[in-house]
Design a protein around this ligand. Structure first.
Ligand code: PAF
Length: 285
């Protein structure tokens, strides 16, 4: 595995390849990331992974400073997964000057759900991903980028960004990997105490229950949605969580369901805080 830190080094390492398959990450890699790398591998002629904890997508009170950085373990996992090129820019490599030009996503999609509770998050994500895509794919006529479906709204925002800027890149969704109890794998699971870890799966269970209730109410879903969602949030709140949202949305645009939207067209999404840890999850229904 070739490890590079600067954009010129990355481009030199990829010069001989025509179709890179790219997995952007913030490191602290778990089996969910490694599944994305394995998924990417047959889709291109070089598998590229980036590790960069992107300051632009964290709010001042969020966990940028404490975000786990596990360089040695990450390198070993990527080597074993068959990564060809690891791009690990320092902040000065990716942002040599303050990044004053930003990619501003469509507010209809990016100011709801995660964007409502983490204002500016998707601008930070889009800006760094645009820059990473430019670093990896400049001069290539085709490529693949793989993003995990656990960050459902992020995947949708980035898919639209790639489409609207006509980048010659196929965006591929990676299935969410789950622990034995169905908790979605996430770097932030590492923040949970033992007791919190045992409780954490309740977010997934609450979303699955909300999904079942929504399908059962399909005929009258638009009218019943708010009540079902409030009930789900209340139940989680009663267990000691602080839910930001648990909601039923249309898969196509993440807006509220309309009459006639039934199973196959919907997704349930949720974010909630357990102690100091904010977890997110989703299920297509
Ligand atoms: O999902 C993530 O880990 C990050 O948001 C991403 C896509 C690597 C951008 O920093």
């Amino acid at each position: 595995m070739h490890i590079v830190h600067t954009i010129p080094e990355l481009r030199a390492a990829l010069a001989a390849y025509s179709k890179p398959a790219f997995v952007p990450t913030m490191g602290n890699l778990h089996d969910g990331h490694i599944a994305l790398v394995r998924q990417a591998k047959p889709l291109g002629d070089a598998t590229v992974v980036s590790i960069f904890v992107n300051r632009l997508q964290f709010l001042p009170h969020e966990d940028f400073d404490s975000y786990p950085r596990t360089w040695e373990a990450d390198c070993a996992k990527l080597q074993a997964a068959g990564c060809d090129v690891l791009f690990a820019p320092r902040e000065s490599d990716l942002y040599p000057q303050p990044q004053t030009f930003k990619v501003q996503p469509d507010p209809q999609l990016a100011d709801i759900l995660e964007g409502q509770f983490r204002p500016g998050f998707f601008t930070g994500v889009c800006t760094v991903v645009m820059k990473l895509l430019s670093a990896v794919f400049a001069g290539k006529s085709q490529g693949v980028a793989v993003f995990g479906q656990k960050d459902y709204q992020q995947l949708m925002v980035l898919r639209r960004m790639v489409q609207q800027f006509a980048l010659p890149i196929d965006v591929v969704a990676g299935q969410t990997q789950r622990a034995a109890d169905a908790l979605a794998l996430s770097s932030r699971n590492g923040y949970l105490s033992e007791a919190e870890r045992a409780e954490a799966v309740q977010l997934s269970l609450a979303l699955q229950a909300l999904g079942r209730d929504a399908v059962a109410a399909a005929q009258a879903l638009p009218e019943q949605c708010a009540a079902l969602e409030a009930q789900a949030m209340q139940a989680l709140g009663a267990r000691g969580w602080q839910p930001d949202y648990l909601t039923v949305r249309r898969r196509s645009d993440l807006q509220l369901p309309q009459a006639g939207d039934g199973a196959g067209a919907l997704v349930v999404l949720g974010a909630a805080r357990l102690g100091n840890t904010r977890l997110i999850d989703n299920f297509e229904i």
